[in-house]
Design a protein around this ligand. Sequence first.
Ligand code: ATP
Ligand code: MG
Length: 330
Amino acid sequence: MRDIGIDLGTTNVLIYVKGKGVVLNEPSVVSIDNTTKKILAVGKEAKEMIGRTPEKVKAVRPMKDGVIADFEMTEEMLNLFIKKAIGKRNLTRPKILICCPSNITGVEKNAIREIAERTGAKKVFLEEEPKVAAVGAGIDISKPSGSMVIDIGGGTTDVAVLSLGGIVTSDSIKVAGNTFDEDIVNYVKEKYKVTIGETTAEEIKIEIGTVLKEKQKKEIEVTGRGVTSGLPEVVQITANDVAEALKEDIKKIINVAKNVLEKTPPELASDIAEKGIVLTGGGSLIRGLVTKVKEELKVPVFISDNPLTNVVEGTGILLNHIDLMDESYK
Ligand SMILES: Nc1ncnc2c1ncn2[C@@H]1O[C@H](COP(=O)(O)OP(=O)(O)OP(=O)(O)O)[C@@H](O)[C@H]1O
Ligand SMILES: [Mg+2]
């Protein structure tokens, strides 16, 4: 059986099969029948149901803030994804390398490990996400030189400094892509007195979103529900609205990065000042972020080539050394 790597993200689940590459990339969403509690769909199909379901169907995200919010649902979702990725008929069981955020509790880690074990894995390896993201972004973390990554996912932003194959300093905050969406919803409600859905907010963010005030006027037309009329209303949202809505979130993310940098030993900090910081995770794709982080932290900043797939690609690279990891995971 081929070994597999899993990025069990709050927003997306990706699976890498050794020898094949990334074979699955689907939203971490499950839709269930409210009365029978039976699963109706997972992944892409389930995501399309968010905000559009009749009362008896509920679309849920079983992972929240990078950790498991609903154990059974996460287990069923992962089982279905693994089956889809490797096929049902398998005589031998795979080794699974699965990622977790860096600052979760032992109990939360055990829950992730247990779910992976119960999918029928021969052996489960847990690795911290920022480390795997760095590997996937092409950073050689084995050297005695400091590297810094900021992984802005859906649920959490993980900041880590790595050297000699391990995490030296790190921190994490529950502010990331999904928070951006929520704050766009709140801002639009406040300013335009119109309620929009989170999916619409995500579209706004991806289409015109920026973290910098811009001169040219980018706009998008969206439909929501008038707060007082209760009826559908069309509003024009500008890029500057998004920048304003996300101001506090970006400040919080930058503060976490500043704190991590301040806690970093001087030699490693000087490596970072020279090599720069790498941004990864889907949330880092928002326009202007590289410039903003560079301005605030006064070091070079780059975005990785594939922010949405770095973690799972990192598992692919680490799977090549999984037998070495075998030794250290008794
Ligand atoms: N082009 C884009 N511009 C801005 N945001 C984007 C873009 N593409 C994706 N995103 C956002 O990236 C986030 C998902 O990123 P990612 O897949 O890295 O998260 P995750 O790994 O599932 O979450 P976590 O690591 O927190 O568990 C979502 O909030 C999504 O809206
Ligand atoms: Mg992630």
